[in-house]
Design a protein around this ligand. Structure first.
Ligand code: ADP
Length: 297
């Protein structure tokens, strides 16, 4: 099964074109939707999750029309929104059981209990199942969010910016959990964190200002810049000159000294050395290119 999105567009009443003729095909497995804040990711996620309407275009999961068969979509959808609501002072078991009931999961309460326990186990919250979710850490809340999204064995799982605010250990646990889920379902992970996509996703796209800038495997994204990324460590004064004269992709301080990565199809000389392109280079490069075309329009 794959999700096929064609010519999806959305302009908000204020005039912001949040989705600009987006077309892409998303196969089973983990798909990363990478874009900076304001790129249009939530708009796309919410549209696919039947929570808002597009102006035009289509989205089909197999035979299912995601934009029009909303009731059916909700039966096969798992959704972890960016803000997963308020966490009440009820236990994880009680809350998940309540959500299972709302979703019509499990024919009897015994079956429901079995499903809820299995899910709490899967997301590694079984030991704290009787604790109030209000006391959970950010990482535990996100794992609880995945448990609720997995109720009813979804065919399409949408997770919107799930790792924002997690510490590195929590983020790793969350990665492991998601990578196990991703084998048999279409999972769309929206994020502005390049590492999320690099660690987890077999396919990805980059969006910015509502436009699709790249779609493919992360390794293809990197390979497309082969031989075109150059790096040099320089003084702060030289950095200013470099920014004015060259196509600077990113600047990092290494031990207090600027280290610059530039895009160039030819050897820039002057002490620059050729470096392996990484996904972050591709992300910054695409955004920079798109900002230029945006400014000219
Ligand atoms: P992302 O999830 O990538 O941060 P969004 O989809 O939330 O991006 O937003 C895309 C653009 O649409 C932004 O410029 C944002 O300000 C604008 N936008 C989002 N929601 C609304 C809304 N309800 N009304 C008007 N503009 C909106």
């Amino acid at each position: 099964m794959q999700l096929v999105i064609k010519n999806l567009s959305k302009t908000y009443p204020g005039g912001v074109r949040a989705l600009d003729n987006i077309s892409m095909t998303i196969p089973t497995g983990m798909f990363g939707l990478l874009g900076p804040n304001g790129a249009g990711k939530s708009t796309l996620m919410r549209t696919l999750a039947t929570l808002q309407n597009a102006d035009s275009g289509s989205a089909m999961l197999g035979d299912l029309d995601l934009l029009h068969e909303k009731t059916k979509v909700r039966e096969i959808l798992g959704y972890l929104p960016q803000e997963f609501g308020v966490y009440p002072r009820t236990s994880a078991t009680t809350l998940l059981t309540h959500l299972a009931t709302l979703k019509g999961v499990g024919a009897t309460s015994a079956q429901r209990k079995e499903i809820v326990y299995a899910l709490l186990n899967r997301v590694n919250l079984f030991d704290v199942r009787n604790k109030s979710v209000a006391t959970f850490s950010g990482g535990m809340r996100q794992r609880f969010g995945i448990a609720q999204a997995l109720l009813g064995d979804p065919k399409l799982l949408i997770v919107d910016e799930p790792t924002a605010g997690l510490d590195p250990g929590e983020r790793n646990r969350f990665y492991n959990l998601l990578s196990e889920v991703g084998e048999s379902v279409v999972v769309i992970l929206s994020t502005h964190i390049v590492e999320d996509v690099k660690e987890l996703c077999t396919n990805m796209s980059i969006i910015h200002r509502g436009r699709l800038l790249f779609a493919g495997a992360p390794s293809q994204a990197e390979a497309s810049l082969d031989g075109k990324i150059w790096s040099k460590s320089m003084s702060k004064d030289d950095l200013k000159r470099c920014q004015a004269e060259m196509d600077v992709i990113s600047t990092k301080l290494i031990e207090g000294r600027p280290s610059v990565r530039v895009y160039s199809t030819q050897d820039p000389m002057n002490g620059f050395r050729s470096v392996e392109p990484n996904l972050e280079d591709m992300f910054f490069y695409q955004i920079k290119q798109n900002s230029r075309t945006g400014a000219a329009a």
